[in-house]
Every structure is written in structure tokens, then in C-alpha cells.
Design a protein around this ligand. Structure first.
Ligand code: KIV
Length: 275
């Protein structure tokens, strides 16, 4: 009997082959249960380091650790069967050298069994990307706004606002594609630049706040569900779960305080008299 799962997971080469084709649907997830739902509709599930802000209430992604990413990567792999699961490399786990990047990414792949990793940076990471890809690690790159650089860039602003800045961003896109990344996330750039980048590179571009001109889109699940307290302006809300959750918790609290919540009898009919 085969020990392989009957459902074949989407792979990094499958995503690469989607360049210019059917749009690539990608969403973040950090939990088994949300991954189970996303798996039915998404090609790629990203275990983003945005979990630092979304799950842990941190101000930035900078404090996120490799252990945090591995723990949630495990959960998402357990919850999903079909989507390619990509785990973000957190700040400080890959920038020092290509060897550091390889060792930490190999640990992520071994311990979570995910299919690829993502890291931030364009030209400056190209040598590292090539080193990792040559050694068996599929890499999704991330250019444009790179949130892990918040302490040097100063704010989470759209990138390429002046046409004079476009050439540098295009050079980043070309460098990561040339290095062997199987796709590139492009964050917070306007449509004309997103279109130019998408036409310039041979790998799929996955936009976040980067218009439908990209080959696909990724959003942070809690942002599009209306669960995050602070959401980037470009995010369209597809749900408004925050108020629904608050209403449910308020009714629960009121029932507990009034002792009007049901006992187990509605599930397990009791024989004999009530005490
Ligand atoms: O961490 C994350 O969720 C991401 C996406 C915003 C692309 O990197």
C-alpha cells in the first residue's frame, strides 16, 4: 500500500508554469483550521511572518523567530492537502550569508515539510537565492515594500511612487528571476509598475497591493476577513468577522453572568430526577 497521499500537492514548478496563465490565488494562513478552508480555494498558502502582527500583536515583523514560523508552518501543513505551502523566512534568519540562509531554510523544509520558503530582497539576495535553489530549496522572492526593512525604510509606504524609482525595482525583479526564484511577491506598487514588472520577468508575479496586472494576488487572511485592527488601505474586505465575533462573545458573557446558559441535559438526556 502506498504511503503517499492520494491528493497531489501543487509544487513550486507548477506555480512557475502558471506564468501568464490562470491567476494564482494565494492567501496567508497560520492555523490548521483556516488552512483547511483556504486549501479548497487557493493554489498557494503563505505562512507569512505577518503572523507576528496578526497573531501576536507585534508592531512589526522584526521580532518574529524561526521557531514561530516552524510551529505555524506545521499547523498549516497538517490542515492542508493540496495547496503549495510557502513559509516565510523571518528577519535575521537568512541575510548574514548564503550558508546561513541555506541551513535555516533546510530546517524549515525538513521540520514543516512545506514546499518552499519566501524571503525579502531583490538584487541584494540574488546570490543567496541562486545558492539555495541550486541546492534544492524552492524560493519565492519578495520585492517592492519589504516590511522586514521597516527600521531602515521608516514607514510602510507604497514603493515606486516616482517613475525615477522604477528602474531599481525592475532590476530587483530581474535579479531574483535570473537567480532562480519560482515566483516573486510584489508589495505596494501601482498598476503601471506592476504591469511593467510582470512583463519583464519570466516568473509569476504575485501582488499584494499591486493591482490585477500581476500573475496572482496574496492577501493576509485576517485583513480580508475584517479581523485585523489595522489594515493596509489597499486591502478589499471580503468579510466583516470582527463585529460578528464580538457579538457572539458578548452574548456568551451575558449568559454566563445571568446563569442562563444551558446545562449538559440538552446534549445528554438525564435519567432520574434533577438535583
Ligand atoms: O508576511 C506576510 O504575510 C507576507 C505577505 C504580506 C506577502 O509577506
Amino acid at each position: 500500500m502506498s504511503v503517499q497521499s492520494e491528493i497531489r500537492r501543487i509544487t513550486a514548478p507548477d506555480i512557475l508554469a502558471r506564468k501568464g496563465g490562470e491567476p494564482i490565488v494565494c492567501l496567508t494562513s497560520y492555523h490548521a483550521h483556516t488552512a483547511r478552508i483556504a486549501d479548497q480555494y487557493c493554489d498557494v498558502i503563505l505562512v507569512g511572518d505577518s503572523l507576528g502582527m496578526v497573531m501576536h500583536g507585534l508592531e512589526t515583523t522584526v521580532p518574529v523567530t524561526l521557531d514561530m514560523m516552524i510551529l505555524q508552518g506545521h499547523a498549516v501543513m497538517r490542515g492542508s492537502k493540496r495547496a503549495l505551502v510557502v513559509v516565510d523566512m523571518p528577519f535575521g534568519s537568512y541575510e548574514a550569508s548564503k550558508e546561513q540562509a541555506f541551513m535555516n531554510a533546510a530546517r524549515v523544509l525538513k521540520e514543516t515539510t512545506c514546499g518552499a520558503i519566501k524571503l525579502e530582497g531583490g538584487r541584494r539576495m540574488a546570490e543567496t537565492i541562486a545558492f539555495m535553489v541550486e541546492r534544492g530549496i524552492p524560493v519565492m522572492a519578495h520585492i517592492g515594500l519589504t516590511p522586514q526593512s521597516i527600521n531602515t525604510i521608516g514607514s510602510f509606504r507604497a514603493q515606486g511612487r516616482e517613475e525615477a524609482d522604477w528602474a531599481a525595482i525592475e532590476a530587483d525583479a530581474l535579479a531574483v528571476a535570473q537567480a532562480g526564484a519560482f515566483s516573486v511577491v510584489i508589495e505596494a506598487v501601482a498598476e503601471p509598475l506592476a504591469r511593467k514588472l510582470t512583463q519583464a520577468v519570466s516568473i509569476p508575479t504575485i501582488g499584494i497591493g499591486a493591482s490585477p496586472a500581476c500573475d496572482g494576488q496574496v492577501l493576509v487572511m485576517e485583513d480580508m476577513l475584517g479581523l485585523s485592527p489595522r489594515v493596509p488601505k489597499f486591502v478589499k474586505r471580503f468579510g466583516d468577522l470582527g463585529p460578528g465575533i464580538e457579538k457572539a462573545i458578548a452574548s456568551y458573557a451575558a449568559e454566563v453572568r445571568a446563569r442562563t446558559f444551558p446545562g449538559p441535559e440538552h446534549v445528554y438526556p438525564m435519567k432520574g430526577k434533577k438535583a
